[in-house]
Design a protein around this ligand. Structure first.
Ligand code: FEO
Length: 394
């Protein structure tokens, strides 16, 4: 049990070994944490969220030794995804009558995931719970990032517990934002936002507007993953707002796959053209790069040039996977074009262009088809295309 501030404790789990999350969908090179909090009011001791199932025994043993299970008066389940609810079955076997506060959708999801019915009280935005000295305010946050999600604001402590929102898959020996490597912290924040939250950008903006409208003081934000925002906590809310508004940097991502280097040569020629404009060109071989990182770069980039050789009248497996991922992100305000080499049929670039359009990317030229290896005059045309494409983004 780690004291976060007066009457607020961290009772979570640090998962240093975690390298993949959401099955194998999301890489977590820097591990993660399952943050669970204990609020001590004068009338009630409140547990907020639990942890992933594989850690349930050590989690419950720690609660027993540090708090005493019998001293816990209620559980707030802010989100039922199993990384936060996985210890509930074992915990509620020991405390079967424990009141559980959650949204209506969370109650439904608990039943469908665990086939149990617990002592749930359904709460909605604006509902309050007096715990003695503090008042908990519940704020539903559907699609941040599941329909069941909610925030809890601790009145009297100026502290927001937003569950997955504002988190990062980042474990360190420290607890607070001002104590950790800032580059790693922000890299993990944007990777998390891009891959997990960005499909719900409209809801993010609306929730931030609603929260700001409440005019509540915020001294601390305690998400369910990673470090706690103590120093200038509103900076992460400001950043989420910026990210939710068709975010883009002065960067063109040139993401491609290649069989015999021909499409790679095209990619690098396009990059040289982009760089002539002063914009950053980032060149990434999709088959050799973690897809979570590729999608983070898609999120950051103003333009996307997608390349694949034609393989059996189609595109490469790696580029097909990337384009499926781009579609999931539901990004807005991006421009793109497709390119690729071929030997005889040459369908690849047109297929890629269609995938870009399907993902909501505005097509700005192309598709660029190249028969085998580019000649010097082809290289010059590709450089010119890259330059014009980048100029069009300004
Ligand atoms: Fe951290 Fe949506 O679970």
């Amino acid at each position: 049990m780690i004291k976060i501030r007066e009457n607020l404790y961290w009772v979570g789990i640090k998962d240093w070994e975690l390298k993949k999350f959401h099955g194998d969908e999301f890489t977590t090179e820097n591990g993660s944490t399952y943050n669970s909090y204990l609020i001590k009011g004068e009338k009630k001791t409140v547990l907020v969220d639990t942890c992933w199932g594989p850690f349930k025994d050590e989690y419950i043993a720690h609660l027993e030794s540090s708090v005493g299970l019998a001293n816990i008066d209620c559980l707030i389940c802010q989100h039922t995804e199993t990384d936060h609810s996985g210890a509930m079955v074992a915990l509620l076997e020991k405390l079967p009558d424990l009141p559980v506060y959650c949204t209506a959708k969370a109650k439904q999801f608990l039943e469908s995931q665990y086939h149990r019915e617990w002592n749930c009280t359904i709460v909605k935005t604006g509902d309050k719970l007096d715990i003695g000295g503090y008042e908990l305010l519940f704020i539903e946050a559907p699609m941040l990032h599941w329909p069941d999600s909610m925030f809890t604001y601790i009145n009297g402590m100026a502290t927001l517990l937003p569950n997955d929102a504002f988190g990062q898959h980042y474990v360190t020996g420290k607890m607070f934002n001002d104590e950790v490597d800032q580059c790693l912290l922000w890299q993990e924040c944007i990777k998390y936002y891009a891959n997990i939250v960005s499909p719900y950008a409209k809801m993010v903006k609306a929730k931030i507007d609603q929260f700001r409208g409440l005019g509540l003081p915020v001294e601390m934000i305690c998400p369910s993953h990673g470090i706690i925002w103590r120093e200038n906590p509103m900076q992460i809310i400001d950043k989420y707002e910026e990210w939710s508004l068709s975010y883009k940097e002065d960067q063109v991502l040139i993401v491609y796959d290649t069989m015999w280097q021909e499409t790679r040569v095209m990619a690098e020629a396009l990059a040289r053209g982009v760089e002539k404009t002063g914009m950053t060109a980032k060149v990434v071989n999709a088959a050799r790069t973690d897809e979570t990182h590729v999608l983070t770069d898609v999120f950051r980039s103003a333009g996307i040039l997608a390349g694949s050789p034609t393989i059996n009248n189609g595109i490469s497996h790696a580029m097909a996977a990337v384009m499926e991922g781009v579609k999931h992100l539901k990004l807005t305000g991006k421009q793109g074009a497709a390119f690729g080499s071929y030997g005889w049929s040459g369908e690849g670039p047109a297929i890629l262009q269609a995938r870009l359009e399907e993902a909501g990317v505005k097509i700005a030229g192309g598709p660029l088809k190249q028969v085998h290896l580019p000649r010097p005059e082809d290289i010059a045309r590709l450089e010119e295309f890259g330059q014009q494409f980048a100029e069009g983004l300004k």
